[in-house]
Design a protein. Structure first.
Length: 140
């Protein structure tokens, strides 16, 4: 039997768990021609009408150079509307098509979360979330 010393490492285990947890969701989102980052942005806009691109980047810990193409893809698909906030910033809102897509995406995301939670004994869930938040530290 092959020994894998990586199995005892927290960061390795977290990466493997993240991959396992998002695999089905990634496939479901692909059917909607969306990536997980696209879905997260849609959900954030749905819950924060008028949010700016820079606020999304800070909230989701996405560099501004990386968030611009995401917003561009969603805009190209007529899922969002840009409204000027000041000289440089635009507030983002969902179109009707964007709202319907965001609602589907949020339902899929919640179902994936429930599925993941069901694999963890209820008594351990809050401790696991707290431990993961501690590992995350100041990162958004």
């Amino acid at each position: 039997m092959i020994q894998n010393p990586l199995n005892d490492m927290i960061s390795y285990t977290i990466r493997r768990v993240a991959t396992a947890m998002t695999s089905d969701l990634t496939n479901q989102l692909a059917e909607l021609k969306l990536r997980i980052t696209d879905a997260n942005v849609l959900i954030l806009i749905m819950h924060n009408d008028g949010i700016t691109q820079s606020e999304i980047g800070r909230t989701l810990a996405i560099a501004s150079a990386n968030i611009a193409p995401v917003i561009g893809r969603l805009d190209q698909r007529n899922l969002l509307i840009r409204r000027p906030v000041d000289g440089r910033s635009h507030g983002l809102s969902l179109t009707e098509k964007g709202r319907k897509t965001a609602e589907k995406v949020f339902a899929l995301t919640k179902a994936a979360e429930i599925s993941a939670q069901e694999k963890i004994p209820e008594a351990l869930r809050s401790d696991i979330v707290e431990a993961l938040q501690n590992l995350k530290g100041d990162a958004s």
